[in-house]
Design a protein around this ligand. Structure first.
Ligand code: SF4
Length: 375
């Protein structure tokens, strides 16, 4: 692909230094943090060029297939001892709308998911002060009693850390025992931005950057693949976004255990960051384009699957990101409580609705498993 830009405006205004970075990306060279930082500030014709190059690098890596998974979210409790300032989901014990599902309720949700044709249940919850390791194990047993085959994608690094600390166990013991009880993979959530300056502001009680990294590497070493996520749009700088991407790339180089990278736009409504006046609106489309495109370029050669979240961006927003480096539409979800608590509207998409988003772009929709096998 020639980088010679199509429009007169582009040709006149694109900076040579910026074009050089994109040429590196097209040549398959690894981008530095400084280069990623520069791309993450692209505007006007440079933004157009960035998006076009990310789309081309996506096409070379994974072709025109757009994947999605048929899954169900089960957020088994909203009671949480965490203090994350970007969270609208958590409740304190005793709050009128605090909840924790019973085993019967979880089983019923799994049965519904199986009936719907789901291949995955994604199970995450708040850090309930009374939940110990046995409670996490019990959830797995409930799911496995309903279905031996459904893929269990469950328990973020923050939850694994919570279970381990509460019962005085190592992460290794926790992850190994959960895997033996039927856990198949782990959501790479709780990553937020993997820079301690940002974590001290938005999630001071969550595992630190090093702790998150160690937990994820332990999962990978034990044969539990994980996703990798990034929460963008709180208080992080472009440099910190680039540092986050570079750390994800380093982990992947070492372990190969990430299945996908998932940029998650911050939904501020009803969160402490919103009430304190720190962030008043979600990232706009330009921000999202930059993040998806730069993720594609910085992770090229390491993580092939860049997901876009229709829950966060809406179906049309997700469709736009498919043209900026993304190749996966996440899942049908059936039920999604965390974004809804922060002002999101949609809870579920049917497979045919997800497929339509890809088809409208001339791309090829395909259902996948959690670990990117084809169904
Ligand atoms: S993001 Fe998770 S850990 Fe943090 S407060 Fe919300 S529910 Fe708790």
């Amino acid at each position: 692909m020639s980088l010679r830009l199509q429009t007169r405006m582009d040709t006149v205004l694109a900076e040579p230094e910026f074009e050089e970075i994109l040429q590196h990306a097209l040549a398959g060279e690894e981008l530095s943090v400084a280069e990623g930082e520069q791309l993450l500030q692209a505007e006007g014709p440079e933004l157009h060029a960035l998006v076009r190059v990310a789309d081309e690098v996506r096409r070379r890596a994974v072709g025109d297939v757009v994947t999605y998974v048929v899954n169900r979210n089960i957020n088994f409790t909203n009671v949480c001892v965490g203090t994350c300032k970007f969270c609208a989901f958590r409740r304190s014990p005793g709050d009128p709308d605090a909840y924790a599902f019973t085993p019967e309720q979880i089983a019923a949700k799994v049965r519904e998911a199986v009936k719907f044709g789901a291949t995955e249940v994604c199970i995450q919850g708040g850090l309930h002060p009374e939940f110990g390791f046995d409670d996490y194990l019990a959830i797995l047993r409930v799911v496995r009693n309903v279905s031996q085959s459904i893929h269990i994608h469950a328990f973020s690094p923050a939850e694994l850390d919570h279970a381990a600390r509460r019962d005085g166990l190592s992460i290794e013991e926790v992850a190994k025992t959960l895997r033996e009880a039927g856990l198949n993979s782990v959501p790479g959530t709780a990553a937020e931005i993997l820079v301690d300056r940002v974590r001290a502001i938005i999630c001071p009680k969550k595992p630190s950057t090093k702790e998150w990294t160690d937990i994820i590497k332990t999962c990978h070493r034990l044969g539990l693949p994980t996703t990798a996520t990034m929460l963008y749009g709180t208080v992080e700088t472009p440099r910190e976004r680039a540092e986050h991407l570079a750390l994800i790339r380093e982990i992947q180089r070492e372990t190969g255990g990430f299945t996908e990278f998932v940029p998650l736009a911050f939904m501020p409504y009803n969160t402490p960051l919103y009430h304190e006046g720190v962030v008043r609106s979600p990232p706009n489309t330009v921000e999202s384009l930059r993040v998806h495109a730069v993720a594609r370029l910085m992770l090229a050669g390491h993580i092939d699957n860049i997901q876009t979240s229709w829950v966060k961006l809406g179906p049309r927003g997700a469709q736009i990101m498919l043209g900026a480096g993304a190749n996966d539409l996440s899942g049908t979800l059936l039920e999604e409580n965390i974004t809804r608590a922060a002002g999101g509207k949609r809870q579920a998409m049917l497979p045919k609705q997800l497929e339509k988003l890809a088809l409208e772009l001339g791309r090829v929709p395909m259902q996948r498993t959690t670990t990117y096998g084809l169904v």
